[in-house]
Design a protein around this ligand. Sequence first.
Ligand SMILES: *Cc1c(COP(=O)(O)O)cnc(C)c1O
Length: 402
Amino acid sequence: MQHFPDAKAVARKLAPDEPVILNRPHAAARAARFFVEKFPGKSLYAVKANPSPDLLRVLWDNGVTHYDVASIAEVRLVRATLPQAVLCFMHPIKAPGAIREAYRRHGVKTFSLDSVEELEKIVEACRDPETGEPATDLRLCIRLRVSSEYSELSLASKFGCDLTEAPMILREARQHCDWLGVCFHVGSQAMTPFAYVQALERVRIAIGEASVVIDMIDVGGGFPSVYPGMEPPPLEDYFQIIHQNFYNLPIAYNAELWCEPGRALCAEYSSLLVRVEKRRGDELYINDGAYGALYDAAHVAWKFPVRALEDDLIKPDMDFAFYGPTCDDADYMAGPFALPEDIQAGDYVEIGMLGAYGAAMKTDFNGFGATQRVIVEDEPMASLYDGSRKRPSSAENVVSLR
Ligand SMILES: *Cc1c(COP(=O)(O)O)cnc(C)c1O
């Protein structure tokens, strides 16, 4: 991949007709080291947030050894990219063939589930094909439904067993494995650590009623990044509260604590260079959109930081909305995005914080999928890890750049 100092240099040098993804390996490396050094347990990277092999290698090189995968394609991708990585198949509804291939061919032992049907499916799929003997090395993780009320994006309605069924599923699962965990997901971009307190309280009730030994608690993803209008408390506050509430659970003395950050590990990894193709009043027609890296900007009105890259723009900012390049009216990002009043067709704009659920969402719809990727060396447009967000209570909120 080509290297440039920053987005402006890319625009000057390449004058690209198509959007360019600008990757910052140093930012992903810093986020990885932050979790590895400060989370009081093991941090699994949730691959769906951004499955780029280049990113996977950066995370691995900076100490992330475990990966949360949700499909057989993610299992194959991570196994091919990182042969030594520990893969955990954390989608609670899997195809039997996917379980079999993951277990037999890729060494996956850890599976999540939220029903007795899925438990039976896993046990069947992992039987020895010759002898019919059940697997003895399964590590099972029961997904509990928890509230998403403190998160920007809900994950509460689709997966997870209720407190009424959890004790029974935990007892059943315990019959089939020597290592049993409980996991949940509080929803993405959880804006307060209290989201995890509530969830861990539900875990306490479930395992209390089940009276089984629990070897692992997985608090899932949901750790926030920073976006315009969404400034979360420091991640140390999350880690401290999670640790405290984990310690108070009735679990095995040597029980492990896991988390599965997606967004927090990769949001700062990428930004996007786009060009304004047309201006109509306060609407800018740009060359990426709802079917590209701006899926969340269009579909859930997520705000991303923007900056204009031309030196000759002198007027103060005004609010713009964006149209993407496809012929679909839904290819519209309301924003508002603040850019200089004199911006016009032909000007380049950088849109920040698209490393999570941005770069990963691009499609080829309507022929607008082509995207170049380059490396840039400047800082992301916002960071949770560069020391700029210090609070008196968390003066340690810095991880050194190597
Ligand atoms: C999506 C997902 C994650 C990552 O969530 P973030 O909000 O990006 O941290 C973690 N675990 C599971 C099971 C997921 O589905």
